[in-house]
Write a protein that binds this ligand. Structure first.
Ligand code: TYD
Ligand code: MG
Length: 432
């Protein structure tokens, strides 16, 4: 039995949980005698969620689901509740924001109204003790943690002290009772978990739901995961009847692409074990008066500045006194330097007004010397590009054998070479 986490100076163990604590402390065992596969998993029935969690929820564990208001946290939580109940589990769904009737309406919309989801509209943590003990839930959902308050703390609901103490109390109860606990938490626009951030240390996994409301799809990432990798990403689309998992995200991200437009380049990213093609767009325009504007969405500003400097210094693309706008379509956020070459090509393509050929993708990191550097999982990237019909992929030079599958590599030494290649590919109809 693990020591309940967090909490105040409360002495006796049972005062720290809502349920009677499980028996005495665990005995120390030799490391080699511990069977890691013995940690059972509660499969959620939502493939993309299982992927991010590392194969399901671990009983007794605490998962924090964060995201901006409206992104779909309650929808995901309710779908999860429905799946767990449909699989024979018992769910206690505590709603502090919506009424039970609102929740029922949502469930009707999702066509998931299993009998075994107990709904409790409640904001007082102590009031959960009885249903928690009586229902013996396999899963407890708290929507949201910011609405909960405990008698142990005097401060207002939503304050850091309330959020922390309420969560600690429920986390200890989850560990004592073996129930999995899902805490839904709001994140402010600035990306700060206002409140939930203070919870990161006391939960086992932190999942972040991303995506703006103007796009149908949502990305689910683990930023902390004691039971699995933090590199996997889950992809969902939001429909009238709830969230649906997306197995082939590349198709989704490329659906609206207009090929042959200057300033656009496709890059095969790798998120966890999964390759994903996304489109990077750049717009380079003459600057008005004053300093040039630089705006980027989905790519780190510093990365864009570095690539502008590298292009300017090491190729004949002139970017002085130009406004530069960069966007990754669909609201995807790119963290990989592997996108550098595609971004540089998109910038050059816009500046020179030469569209990239429709069958081309690019990946490679760019160094300050303008050189194109190697990236991990090149085989995976080229294969995914080929699968989606891209016949040529600009890549770093190097001996990696890449199983062709119909795509050829164009080995590119540096940005200057990439720009020369682009000029050679200029369609005869386009003019500069
Ligand atoms: P919600 O899950 O309430 O977001 P959160 O709990 O993160 O604040 O839902 C967000 C939006 O999704 C809401 O504006 C309505 C929309 N939505 C759908 O498009 N389809 C659905 O089936 C549901 C339930 C919601
Ligand atoms: Mg909600």
């Amino acid at each position: 039995m693990e020591e309940p986490v967090g909490g105040t100076a409360a002495g006796a163990d049972d005062s720290r949980t809502l349920v009677a604590p499980a028996a005495a402390a665990a005995k120390a065992r030799p490391l080699h005698a511990i069977d890691a596969s013995a940690a059972p998993r509660l499969e959620t029935g939502l493939g993309e969620l299982d992927r991010v969690l590392g194969g399901g929820i671990v009983p007794g564990s605490v998962v924090l689901l964060g995201g901006e208001p409206g992104v779909g946290k309650s929808t995901l939580a309710l779908q999860l509740a429905g799946q767990v109940a449909a699989g024979g589990g018992r769910v206690l769904y505590v709603t502090g924001e919506e009424s039970a009737e609102q929740l029922r309406l949502r469930a009707t919309r999702l066509r998931e109204v299993p009998g075994d989801v107990l709904v409790q509209p409640e904001t007082r943590v102590e009031a959960l003790a009885a249903p928690w003990r009586e229902a013996q839930p396999t899963l407890v959902v708290i929507d949201s943690i910011q609405t909960m308050q405990t008698e142990r703390v005097e401060s207002a609901p939503g304050s850091v002290a309330q959020v922390r103490e309420s969560a600690a109390l429920m986390a200890a109860s989850a560990k004592a009772s073996g129930a999995a606990l899902l805490l839904v938490g709001h994140v402010t626009k600035e990306g700060v978990l206002a409140g939930p951030r203070v919870l990161e240390h006391l939960v086992d996994a932190v999942l972040t739901f991303e995506g703006d409301r103007s796009h149908a799809y949502r990305l689910l990432r683990a930023t902390k995961n004691r039971f699995g990798s933090t590199r996997e990403v889950g992809v969902f689309t939001m429909h009238d009847d709830g969230l649906a998992g997306v197995e082939n995200p590349s198709e989704l991200f490329l659906a609206e692409r207009r090929a042959q437009t200057p300033g656009s380049c496709i890059v095969p990213l790798v998120e966890g074990s999964r390759p994903m093609l996304v489109e990077i767009q750049a717009l380079v325009a003459p600057a008005g008066y004053g300093t040039a504007r630089r705006t980027s969405l989905g790519v780190d500003d510093g990365r864009v500045a570095l690539l502008l400097a590298a292009l300017d210094r090491h190729s004949d693309v002139d970017l002085v006194s130009r406004d530069v706008y960069v966007n990754v379509t669909g609201g995807v956020r790119i963290a990989e330097p592997a996108a550098d070459l595609a971004l540089a090509l998109a910038l050059a393509s816009s500046r020179l007004d030469i569209p990239l050929p429709a069958d081309v993708a690019a990946c490679g990191e760019i160094g300050l010397g303008g050189e194109v550097r190697r990236v991990g999982r090149l085989d995976l990237r080229v294969r995914e590009a080929a699968r989606l019909g891209f016949r040529r992929v600009l890549t770093p030079p190097g001996p990696e054998a890449v199983a062709g599958d119909g795509a050829t590599r164009i080995e590119t030494e540096d940005v200057a070479e990439a720009v020369r290649w682009l000029r050679r590919e200029r369609p005869s109809t386009s003019s500069e």
